[in-house]
Ligand binder design. Structure first.
Ligand code: HPA
Length: 234
């Protein structure tokens, strides 16, 4: 048991999918896993463990933003022995060529700051995905109809940004999309020798202002879960 997860030892799989929304964790576990069972509900942050093609998998909410994700990622890795962590979430597109519903696989995650900033001090650590996971996710995505982009994303600390110029600078430097969790996930995984990746569906577009309906978000979400599972067990 850890401070924010009251699963019994052994109740968390080595492979963990991390959606931001705990209800997405419930939906994904009930939709894609065999014999899913609830293993955590502290603070409503639902986690389920079941099997996919016979492989044990946990699907656990991370909450929104890097400080929340950091708590769960640290406890999953340090207290429960998770070794492969795949974020499945949404992002805002930052390039014209990217459309709503496209999938973005995050090779790197740029930031202004992460909860790990304090330990790096003057060093600008570059949070990066695990290469075998990234390669496997790209291959899994390519076999589907959905357009996929692989490259750098921006993990922001704010959803309601009072500095739109920062987004413009990211766009000019080729960043594909913005979300709020991946950089800390990659950093925590790196610190503990675990593997991490973020697979994201484009839910809104920063350049056009377009956004997906909640129904369309669900379809995109299903595809991400499949890509994440195929990559984790490739
Ligand atoms: N900004 C930050 N995080 C997000 C966005 C966004 O536009 N869309 C989905 N997650």
């Amino acid at each position: 048991m850890s401070l924010h997860i009251d699963a019994a030892p052994g109740d968390i799989a080595e492979t963990v999918l991390l959606p931001g929304d705990p209800y997405r964790a419930k939906w994904a576990a009930e939709t894609f896993l065999d014999s899913p069972r609830l293993v955590n509900e502290v603070r409503g942050m639902l986690g389920y463990t079941g099997t996919w093609n016979g492989n044990p998998v946990t699907i656990h909410g991370s909450g929104m933003g890097m400080p929340s994700l950091s708590i769960y990622a640290n406890e999953l890795v340090r207290d429960y022995g998770a070794r492969t962590l795949v974020r499945i979430g949404s992002c805002g597109a930052m390039q014209d060529r990217i459309a709503l519903r496209d999938v973005i696989i995050a090779m790197t995650a740029s930031t202004l700051s992460t909860p790990s900033r304090g330990i790096f001090r003057e060093l600008n650590f570059a949070p990066a995905a695990d290469w075998p996971l990234l390669r496997a996710a790209a291959a899994a995505a390519e076999s589907r109809a959905t357009t996929t982009h692989v490259g750098g994303i921006y993990s922001s600390d704010v959803f309601y940004d009072e500095r739109p110029d920062l987004n413009e600078i990211m766009t000019r430097h080729g960043i594909l999309g913005v979300e709020m969790e991946a950089a800390e996930l990659y950093t925590v995984a790196a610190r503990h020798g675990a593997r991490a990746l973020a697979v994201l569906t484009v839910s809104d577009h920063l350049l056009t202002g377009d956004a997906l309906s909640s129904e369309a978000r669900e379809t995109g979400f299903a595809e991400m879960v499949e890509i994440a599972l195929e990559a984790a067990f490739a």
